[in-house]
Design a protein. Structure first.
Ligand SMILES: C[S@@+](CC[C@H](N)C(=O)[O-])C[C@H]1O[C@@H](n2cnc3c(N)ncnc32)[C@H](O)[C@@H]1O
Length: 312
């Protein structure tokens, strides 16, 4: 119901009550973000001006957006974007909403690529350093990595191959790449993990593949049911796709190449065991996020170059 006397504070308060009842885990934040979106301001503007009146048109739109959120639709799909690594990434039902924990992978990839380009500067005209973003979804990882490299004047030396099994997700990734002015540094490939011919191989492979165990899928929050199942379901223990990607790394990675894989917080030991089993002699270091949870696996050929004979 549209309240003719609605102020920012009263609309946020009433919406937060409704969103609490509908099971949102962050009702006030959701209400503030949705109202800010309708008003065309940022959330700080909503917080700073509680007594500001809200006109009937904006109230009606806010009402419609709150109703969508009550039905469980994620705020990022209603607003149409999500902030990721300081960028606005367009989001809709074609792909997973990028998550803050994935910024750890982006930071690692940016540091890795920067270190390589600094150690071996490329003369102009030299082939670009090749990076893969496997399961690119919205393109968030590839775009955030390239955007960070652009601020260091390094993006021109890098080409990212962004793959996905979902043609719809690749369309969204392309739109995001164009929106951020980075499409000329990316190639989009519809593929199961990686395209078969990799020449030259990749210096860095990034992958945030589905890693939710199938049995967990049904227990997940209602919001996740709005996101593509192919973006989440990782098989019985969640690592089916990660294991398949590990099998491809000997051919896909350059001799000194490295892969960064996002994993679930309970999968650190599993992924170390998978690397040791599938890639004898290779290294796998698991890095924790700011909450201390293991979230990122760094896989490389190890000091002995990944030869089984060199294992202790
Ligand atoms: C967890 S989402 C990550 C999306 C994006 N990289 C991000 O971090 O926000 C996983 C992505 O992998 C894709 N995917 C699933 N199976 C795949 C496969 N066999 N080969 C390539 N991509 C796959 C899904 O379509 C989805 O876009």
């Amino acid at each position: 119901m549209v309240d003719a006397s609605g102020t920012v504070a009263s609309l946020v308060r009433d919406a937060a009550v409704r969103l609490t009842a509908s099971g949102s885990g962050s009702p006030r934040l959701d209400a503030e973000l949705l109202l800010a979106h309708v008003l065309g301001i940022d959330r700080m503007g909503v917080i700073a001006h509680p007594e500001a009146p809200v006109g009937p048109g904006a109230q009606a739109q806010f009402e419609a957006d709150v109703a969508r959120r009550e039905a469980g639709e994620p705020v990022a799909y209603i607003r149409g974007f999500r902030e990721f690594h300081g960028l606005a990434i367009t989001t809709d039902a074609r792909a997973l909403i990028p998550r803050p924990e994935t910024e750890l992978l982006v930071d690692a990839a940016v540091a890795e690529v920067s270190m390589r380009l600094t150690a071996s500067p490329r003369p102009s005209g030299a082939p670009a350093l090749r990076v893969a973003d496997v399961g690119t979804g919205s393109g968030a990882i590839a775009i955030a990595v390239l955007a960070a490299l652009r601020t260091r004047r390094m993006a021109e030396h890098v080409m990212v191959v962004a793959t996905d099994v979902s043609a719809a997700a690749l369309d969204l990734a392309r739109e995001n790449a164009v929106g951020h002015g980075l499409a000329d540094r990316m190639v989009f490939v519809e593929a199961d993990l990686l395209p078969p011919v990799v020449d030259p191989p990749y210096a860095v492979v990034c992958a945030n593949l589905p890693y939710v165990a199938t049995a967990q899928m049904e227990l997940l929050a209602r919001d996740l049911s709005f996101e593509p199942r192919t973006a989440l379901d990782g098989g019985p223990d969640g690592l089916d796709l990660v294991r398949r990607l590990l099998d491809l790394l000997p051919d896909a990675l350059a001799p000194d190449g490295v892969a960064y894989l996002e994993i679930g917080a309970d999968q650190g030991a599993l992924v170390v065991a998978a690397v040791s089993h599938q890639l004898p002699g290779w290294g796998c270091a698991v890095q924790a996020d700011l909450a201390g949870l293991p979230r990122l696996a760094r896989v490389d050929r190890g000091p002995a170059g990944g030869t089984e004979a060199a294992r202790p």
